[in-house]
Write a protein that binds this ligand. Structure first.
Ligand code: 8X3
Length: 259
């Protein structure tokens, strides 16, 4: 890989922020290994990226499965490697109180958000160290720094991923790997709220009801792209981004009469 030819692995690339970020980096001219579970969505992404200047390599991957990550690593290594990892796979499942929480939901959230990132990081760290100027960007959430009612499981997962990210930054600085954390608040994507509310589209719509301009996946992708395109000695440690209408986790301004 030459210095001018940046190359990234993006997980969670089948939808939402991961997909938008993969697309943005390809627009920036990067080689992007787009990893996600759903082959059909990966192929749609490929079609949309045909005219863009970068190079896209699709790799069907499940970040909760070690064998799948081994196969991903082999593909990336054989195709020239990466200097940048963007851990975007993740999500929320359920909005119950702690009293009513479902253990299986918590396990899925911890597996995907925390252990999924850990598996990818452990597998690719030697490659990033060998490169000499590595970057890891972990997409966490404002839910990783502020707890809220009904957020328990997602909070636990994102607080965990946030902690992992902080420790990693301290441990990898001596290997010249910068570790960036992007913590978005309310982002309206096609799947996040719907999945969290188990397909109840009315509950999912209520998450954004009356919020005139929630963040979009493209907004977050722009920020991720900005962070990883900066000269390597600049580490944006933690980027908290919210829509103006969400001044804090507890202060979401909705148009009157919308809920
Ligand atoms: C999503 C942000 O506010 O739904 O990561 O927890 S929030």
């Amino acid at each position: 890989m030459s210095d001018s030819q940046r190359s990234a692995l993006v997980t969670g690339a089948t939808s939402g922020i991961g997909r938008a970020t993969a697309k943005k980096l390809i627009s920036d001219g990067w080689t992007v290994f787009a990893a996600g579970r759903r082959q059909q969505q990966l192929e749609t992404l490929a079609t949309e990226c045909e005219q863009l200047p970068g190079r896209l390599v699709l790799v069907a991957t499940d970040v909760t499965d070690n064998a799948s990550i081994d196969a991903l690593f082999s593909t990336v290594e054989a195709a020239g490697g990466v200097d940048t990892i963007l851990n975007i796979a993740g999500g929320a499942l359920g909005a119950e109180s702690i009293a009513d929480a479902n253990i299986d939901d918590w396990q899925w959230m911890i597996e995907t958000n925390v252990l999924g990132s850990l598996r990818i990081i452990q597998k690719f760290l030697p490659m990033l160290r060998a490169h000499g100027e590595g970057t890891i960007l972990n997409l966490t959430s404002t839910a990783g720094v502020v707890a809220y009612e009904g957020g328990g499981g997602y909070n636990a997962a994102k607080f965990g991923q946030h902690a992992l990210t902080g420790a990693l930054r301290l441990e990898e600085a001596e290997h010249n790997i910068r570790v960036v954390e992007v913590l978005p608040g309310l982002v309206k994507t096609e799947e996040f709220a719907s999945k969290r509310m188990r397909g109840d589209e009315s509950k999912a719509a209520n998450v954004y009801a009356g919020v005139s301009k929630p963040l979009t996946a493209d907004d977050v992708a722009d920020v991720c792209s900005y962070a990883v395109n900066l000269p390597h000695h600049i580490n944006l440690d933690e980027i908290v981004m919210r829509p103006v209408k969400q001044a804090a986790q507890h202060k979401l301004i909705r148009d009157e009469g919308t809920l």
